[in-house]
Design a binder for this molecule. Structure first.
Ligand code: SAM
Length: 255
């Protein structure tokens, strides 16, 4: 049987599925706060950009644990509407602003930000390309903090290798990704692996009820059935091969 790949699904269908969930990728408040602990010189003058922010789970954590002003950007307008509504609900609207835009063509000034954040999103434009493009928007000595899919070992079973090479063609090992950070002009400050609960409790488990609901809502729609099958396979593969890969937080300082 021909394997289904993520590239076959419509961007808006994937987002329609995920915007009803609190998070759109693996992660947790605890790990966002852990990464924030490596960033120096935070103050009420700090300006943060959160790229590929989704509905803003990590944006709100950043806002609640700093005094910074945050611009959160995502390509999907539905996510940005939700993010701005949450910011208003939490009384954070004066410091948190969601805008629609693409992270490969940022609508910002040169050296505008002290910190660029991005969880689970840089693969959409590529790790090296993203690090290169975003650097121009960071002040000297500014920080970058991104999570990115990475191999934990130099070799892995063919089944999981094929899956990830299709989803993220430039996926590399942690050591390789650190070398890319250095090559693109950042000093690596900290690197750590997101724990399993970020995937299981915060990503795969909440998807289950939404999958049932989505299948009912789109009954008879073959694309939706394939998309849910793809998501279930992603979860199965994680439980089978999680010792070989995961999301890694890469934190660097612009040289
Ligand atoms: N950061 C959120 C989180 O961790 O819950 C969302 C992560 S989700 C896996 C990836 C996000 O990247 C989606 O919200 C998607 O709309 C966004 N995205 C994809 N391509 C993009 C682009 N070119 N520019 C901006 N956002 C993009």
């Amino acid at each position: 049987m021909e394997e289904i790949t993520i590239h076959e699904f419509d961007f808006s269908l994937i987002n329609e599925f995920f915007t009803e969930l609190e998070r759109q990728g693996p992660g947790s408040s605890e790990e966002t706060i852990r990464a924030l602990g490596f960033i120096g010189n935070l103050s009420n003058k700090t300006k943060i950009a959160d790229l590929g922010c989704g509905t803003g789970a990590q944006t709100m954590v950043l806002a609640q644990n700093t005094e910074a002003t945050i611009t959160a950007l995502d390509l999907y307008a539905g996510s940005i509407d939700k993010l701005n509504a949450t910011a208003r609900k939490l009384g954070l609207q004066n410091r948190v602003k969601g805008i629609v835009g693409s992270m490969d063509n940022l609508p910002f000034q040169n050296e505008e930000f002290d910190l660029i954040w991005s969880e689970g999103a840089i693969a959409n434009i590529g790790f090296e390309k993203g690090l290169n493009h975003w650097k121009g928007f960071l002040k000297k000595d500014g920080y970058i903090a991104v999570t990115y899919e990475s191999w934990f070992t130099d070799e892995r079973p063919a089944e999981i290798e094929k899956w990830w090479l299709d989803a993220v063609p430039e996926i590399g090992t942690i050591g390789y990704n650190i070398s890319i950070m250095q090559k693109t002009g950042y000093i690596p400050v900290a690197v750590f692996i997101l724990p399993e609960n970020c995937w299981i409790d915060n990503y795969f488990v909440p998807q289950k009820a939404r999958q049932e609901e989505f299948l009912k809502k789109h009954a008879g729609n073959k694309t939706v059935e394939n998309m849910i099958e793809f998501m279930r396979r992603e979860a199965d593969l994680y439980s089978k091969y999680k010792q070989y890969y995961g999301y890694v937080f890469y934190i660097g300082k612009k040289m």
